[in-house]
Design a protein. Structure first.
Length: 569
């Protein structure tokens, strides 16, 4: 190379060249292959349900449910919603619908009446599997309120004015509810011809078919249904698990919600493609249940978002548990504080823990750190590009920026969704004509291809013309020994346009003043990065997947402080 050529700037683009081929299989084919290879090994353990099934037992139940769904008259391509917490029935439904060619629609357990109505009608769900209730949510009551016709119709014959596409409602549990099937009944409905149809479908379903719809938790407007194919999620589950060196000897603790990619793709499909055991500690996240499950089941891997790991590490009984079986896992879902990552490695024995980055629309993971990456890279970046995926970082004009410069993270490849269900306009806004998914995340790539997510395009704060990335300030404040967790947002300011506000969660028994927080910052970070406002809170508003809702924090802070946005001409 000439001297002139070597001086050319290196741009923020990378691709995951790999000698490992993509898996050209449907979920059903991948599942059957694993069930046959590891028939007598444990496949699924659900601690709070007392479930402990081998791969053979899991496969028998999956086939029974798939045949039962076909017996109801459901056809490949029909949409089946599931509205339930983590449980064995969720897993059975995930794999049974895939084997029958039915599109599984993940309904957020936190949804209420209006959101459920929107989701079911948006994708025209023909069937709904639901738990009776979760915490304060009466699921049966909500469904009966939306479809009062259930009380006077036979199961499978719903004709609802509000939910016109919905015909079958299948409830979990042993109690009887008018107009609804019991889950156990559907398991026993399959006739010989339905089982024969299942065998026929295993050879005719295509890996490019849409098999899963997940609603994005947008901060504005209605949620969008990301349409994911067998190819999307089988391969992402496989390569994510490869990155943590998962094998058939591993037992993976999955406390993250199954309705989200973290649980059903990175968790369940990661295990299915490697023959590992799936372990669910409880129906919803409980740090004590996680610690108990890891100890009792000798789990070797653990998944979670940062807030989950913080809750486990800071649990009063943390030191009572033997977590020495752990070696690996993934922290993902929202920015991972460096100090938390270090504690997970040292105090939870997860020496090979990795960080993954992605989004629902990309199945989900685009970058991930490796178990043998240098410690500083594993705790301070989201790793490098995943196999068979391309990534680039672009400026506001769509041009790739030099390495070391901040821009929007974009990704392309097998993992990008087929589109938003019945929403071409929104799809075209997110995925450009060249196939690049625009994430809305701000990132920077170093010379070795490691990526660091520095914030959201919408989260970036502009104070008096200075671009400020809240993530940087959060990482700094995490160093304070009294601070357990912290989130930084921008709020309106008449003089500077925006000012910074830090929401601080203190460690148990600690006290701290606003002035002490600001004093900690002085001389350590630029003056304009020192938070003008500090709020001490016990919790952050967040989604059920553990993602912090900064827009809610912003709204609450504006109202509480009586702030007014700066007027523009």
């Amino acid at each position: 190379m000439t001297q002139e050529g070597s001086a050319l700037q290196k741009f923020s683009y990378d691709h995951g060249a790999s000698s490992t081929r993509l898996i050209g299989s449907t979920i059903g084919q991948a599942f059957d292959q694993t069930a046959a290879a590891y028939a007598d090994r444990e496949a699924l353990v659900v601690c709070d349900q007392g479930v402990r099934w081998s791969w053979r037992e899991l496969a028998q139940r999956v086939d029974a449910l798939a045949a039962g769904l076909l017996a109801l008259g459901l056809e490949p391509g029909d949409r089946v919603g599931i509205w339930a917490p983590n449980c064995s029935e969720w897993t059975l439904t995930q794999f049974a619908t895939a084997k029958a060619g039915l599109i599984l629609v993940n309904i957020n357990p936190a949804y209420r009446s209006a959101e459920l109505e929107y989701a079911l009608n948006k994708v025209e769900c023909k069937a709904l599997v639901l738990a009776p209730a979760l915490k304060t949510s009466d699921y049966l009551g909500i469904v009966n309120q939306l479809a009062p016709e259930l009380k006077n119709c036979a199961a499978g014959e719903l004709r609802s004015k509000t939910l016109p596409s919905l015909k079958h409602v299948i409830r979990l549990g042993a109690d009887q509810t008018p107009g609804m099937f019991n889950f156990a009944d559907v398991l026993s409905m399959g006739r010989p011809e339905d089982h024969a149809r299942l065998v026929e479908l295993s050879g005719s379903l295509q890996f490019d078919d849409v098999i899963n719809i997940q609603f994005t938790s947008g901060t504005t407007g209605f949620p969008k249904g990301a349409s994911l194919t067998h190819l999307n999620i089988v391969n992402n589950g496989y390569f994510v698990a490869e990155a943590i060196k998962l094998t058939d000897q591993d037992r993976l603790c999955i406390p993250v919600p199954l309705y989200h990619c973290f649980g059903m793709v990175m968790g369940n499909l990661g295990c299915v493609t490697h023959g590992a055991t799936m372990v669910y500690p409880s129906e919803a996240f409980d740090p004590l249940a996680v610690l108990q499950a890891v100890q009792d089941e000798r789990c070797t891997g653990l998944y979670g978002v940062p807030t989950m790991f913080i809750a486990e590490l800071d649990h009063p009984r943390f030191s009572e548990f033997d977590l020495s079986s752990l070696r690996t896992g993934i922290m993902a879902g929202s920015p991972c504080p460096v100090e938390v990552m270090k504690r997970v490695q040292s105090q939870m024995h997860m020496t090979e823990v990795t960080i993954a980055y992605g989004m629902t629309e990309t199945s989900p993971v685009s970058t991930q750190s490796a178990t043998n990456d240098p410690l500083d890279r594993r705790v301070s970046t989201v790793g490098r590009v995943q196999p068979h995926v391309e990534i680039k970082i672009v400026n506001t004009n769509g041009q790739v920026v030099p390495r070391g410069e901040i821009g929007e993270f974009c990704t392309r490849g097998y993992s990008v969704m087929k589109g938003y269900w019945n929403d071409d306009a929104k799809t075209q806004e997110a995925v450009d004509r060249a196939g690049w998914m625009h994430t809305g995340d701000l990132a920077v790539m170093d010379d070795e291809g490691y990526v660091n997510i520095v914030g959201r395009l919408k989260d970036m704060v502009i104070r008096g013309g200075e671009n400020i990335y809240p993530r940087e300030i959060e990482e700094f404040l995490f160093r304070h020994p009294k601070i357990q967790d912290v989130q930084v947002i921008g709020v309106p300011d008449q003089k500077y346009g925006e000012e910074l506000c830090a929401w601080v969660k203190l460690r148990s028994g600690e006290t701290l003043s606003e002035e002490e927080v600001r004093e900690f910052c002085k001389g350590q970070i630029a003056h304009y990065k020192v938070p003008r406002y500090v709020r001490f809170v016990s919790e952050f508003p967040m989604t059920i997947t553990g993602k912090i809702q900064k827009f809610v924090m912003r709204e609450q802070t504006i109202e509480e402080l009586g702030l007014v946005a700066q007027k523009t001409a």
